[in-house]
Write a protein that binds this ligand. Structure first.
Ligand code: PLP
Length: 396
């Protein structure tokens, strides 16, 4: 028999993945072009050409024994140098290779840092709506997830509720901005207030509380909105970055952690995270793709393609009468279910071959997530279905 913990995790296994499978089933019946699959955050924009050039160049010109070898569990020194330099140049920080640990995407990075920090029963705070996998990542290390309910007015974190929920057992707060599933960017004002609250609470409890900033969408911000770099606002910040969306490489599994020197116990955390990378079974982030991203740190995907999708979907749904806020980043739109029942609404949408995900998977029932990382004409073709859905509900 499988473990009790795993039994629960199988039971709650991702609704998003289930919807993705449903998309494949419907495509086989109706044809791919007649199914509007907005379920998964799989980038629709191709990786920048620099990625292919780097892969070919490395394969053709570098020593094969070196490029596929084991290395320091934290990653190649040269790659970590390049990553640190690029962060320093962008954000005026002072990181070195010692602060960087290459990871198996953001998911790998979050698991490494949670394994490093958590004792059983330690509390990890998240702000609803949040990426549902945090539930699993925290329970992997027997931590307790503490959810701060959403402030649906603007989907910025509810900081008064946050203040109340911090206890002596709070070890970390996961912040995700630009946010999956709302597309909201947490403002500098929000981050300043959050940091103030955390400093007060650390004093009150004589503890260290870490912000873990989960940043796969950092580069996907629209209208030149600034995404604050959190190490500048709060010393005990650890960044988890990913190239899954910024370079459209989700299957390659590559990202990094930044553990700044000014974080409390930084030295021991860095050493432990290196070991966590190994003993979780990752050993190290994939070698070839580490070398590739080191050459592509200036490269960018075509964010404008997502922006066009955002404008079309947001403006159309608003015209039809849907209630939603305009995303500032990432590639998700979080929409109020017009019948106030997210699961029922997703089922109704499925009948029109539109696949979307209930907000309850993100700890925010009554809303649905539409991942608009799809071809533009998928959105165009889906619009009559979205209109019919809300019209039918309003007729009842
Ligand atoms: N965190 C958030 C908020 C995400 O949306 C995702 C993926 O969609 C991840 C982490 C995992 O990203 P990665 O593919 O880099 O592991």
């Amino acid at each position: 028999m499988i473990s009790k913990q795993m039994q629960a995790q199988v039971q709650n296994s991702s609704v998003i993945r289930a919807m993705f499978e449903e998309g494949k089933r419907l495509s086989a019946i109706y044809g791919k072009e007649n199914v509007y699959d907005f379920s998964l955050g799989n980038p629709s924009v191709e990786p920048p050409s620099e990625v292919k050039t780097a892969i070919l160049d490395i394969i053709n010109n570098e020593d094969p024994a070196a490029i596929h070898a084991y290395m320091n569990n934290s990653g190649y020194e040269t790659v970590r140098d390049a990553v640190a330099e690029s962060i320093n140049a962008k954000y005026n920080t002072q990181f070195s290779r010692n602060n960087i640990i290459m990871t198996v995407g953001a998911a790998g990075g979050l698991n490494v840092i949670l394994k490093t920090l958590l004792d059983p029963e330690d509390e990890v705070i998240v702000f609803a709506p949040f990426f549902g996998e945090y539930r699993n990542y925290v329970s992997n290390y027997y931590g307790n997830l503490v959810v701060i309910p959403a402030d649906t007015a603007d989907f910025q974190p509810n900081l008064e509720a946050f203040r109340e929920k911090i206890t002596a057992k709070t070890k970390a707060v996961i912040v995700n901005s630009p946010n999956n599933p709302t597309g909201v960017i947490y403002s500098a004002a929000t981050i300043i207030k959050m940091a103030d609250i955390l400093r007060q609470k650390q004093k009150e409890f004589g503890s260290n509380i870490y912000i873990i900033s989960d940043e796969p969408y950092r580069e996907l911000a629209y209208d030149n909105i600034e995404v604050p770099y959190l190490t500048k606002y709060y010393d005990n910040t650890i960044i988890g970055y990913s190239f899954s969306k910024s370079l459209s490489l989700p299957g390659e599994r590559i990202g990094y952690l930044v553990i700044p020197d000014q974080a409390a116990d930084a030295e021991i955390i860095i050493a432990a995270a290196n070991i966590a990378t190994r003993i979780l079974g990752f050993v190290n982030a994939p070698s070839l793709i580490q070398l590739v991203i080191a050459r592509c740190l200036q490269a960018k995907v075509d964010v404008e393609a997502y922006n066009r999708n955002r404008e079309l979907l947001y403006n159309s749904l608003r015209d039809f009468g849907y209630d939603c806020i305009k995303p500032e980043g990432a590639f998700y739109l979080f929409v109020k279910a017009p019948n106030n029942d997210d699961v029922a609404f997703c089922n109704l949408a499925k009948q029109k071959n539109i696949l979307i995900v209930p907000g309850s998977s993100f700890g925010c029932a009554g809303y649905v997530r539409i991942a608009y990382c799809v071809p533009y004409n998928t959105i165009e073709k889906s619009l009559p279905g979205f209109k019919a859905l809300i019209d039918e509900i309003q007729l009842k």
